[in-house]
Write a protein that binds this ligand. Structure first.
Ligand code: ATP
Ligand code: MG
Length: 238
């Protein structure tokens, strides 16, 4: 079974058509990357997959369920990291992880895993209101991955992280997929990151998918050294 089948997604905000028929497929146990410039439609696509926005046309099937007709069923198999996720300022990181585990009926092992993924050390016992942007990102991501959703929808998971922590988080996303057989879809404008992290990628620009494939295939096809060059060539060709 495919983990995600997006077909012909269209989204308009007023007179602005920001998705113009976005289609792609993601296999189970795959890390799929959505790359493209600011305003390309990455967040809009992910919000539709997360059942937060309804498409004006088209549909996406996630683990066999339609985001359009069965959003409640879709929600059972996904977890979503928003681009601008906020935190509860007055509870500690550890309290937050315990709370999230409790709400989802998980045990202490789950919290332990969250602690390890977050890698925040002593700061876990401090109120999250005192966290830096990168620390907030890490605690939310830890809470998502420790719950082991079937499909993780991650909007710029490493945005605001320093290189060391970005590498740690990328490794954790990879391990999460390998250990639980789950699927992840991530967005980024960092082509290098996407190239390291993803099994397959789709380039989105102006609300359309302009190329899709494995990073090595795309590089070979466009005679490029890296995905940044692939994208430059694609944009030139448009
Ligand atoms: N709620 C909204 N109302 C009106 N326009 C919106 C809304 N959300 C997004 N847009 C517009 O849709 C387009 C796509 O936005 P989107 O957030 O999906 O881009 P993105 O690829 O995630 O960009 P970034 O890399 O900056 O995060 C942009 O032109 C944006 O201004
Ligand atoms: Mg975005």
């Amino acid at each position: 079974m495919k983990a995600i089948v997006a077909s012909g997604l269209v989204k308009r905000f007023g007179s602005l058509e920001v998705l113009k028929g976005v289609s792609f497929e993601v296999d189970e146990s795959e890390i799929f990357g959505l790359i493209g410039p600011n305003g390309a439609g990455k967040t809009t696509t992910l919000r539709i997959l997360a059942t937060i926005l309804r498409p004006d046309a088209g549909d996406a099937i996630i683990m066999g369920h339609s985001v359009r007709n069965e959003p409640d069923s879709v929600r059972k198999s996904i977890a979503y990291l928003p681009e601008d996720a906020g935190v509860y300022r007055h509870i500690t990181g550890l309290e937050f992880l315990s709370f999230m585990a409790g709400v989802h009926g998980r045990d202490r092992e789950c919290v332990k895993e969250g602690v390890e993924i977050a890698g925040l050390g002593d700061a876990l016992r401090k109120p999250m209101g005192s966290y830096s942007k990168g620390m907030r990102r890490r605690i939310i991501l830890a809470a998502i991955l420790m719950l082991r959703p079937r499909v993780a929808i991650l909007d710029e998971p490493t945005s605001g992280l320093d290189v060391v922590h970005a590498v740690h988080i990328r490794k954790r996303i990879r391990r999460f997929v390998e250990e639980s057989g789950a699927t992840a879809i991530v967005s980024s404008h960092n082509m290098l990151e996407i190239e390291y992290l993803c099994d397959r990628v789709a380039f989105i620009s102006g609300g359309k998918i302009i190329a899709e494939g494995r990073p090595d295939e795309l590089k070979a096809e466009h005679r490029a050294q890296n995905l940044e060059e692939v994208f430059a060539k694609l944009v030139e060709a448009v």
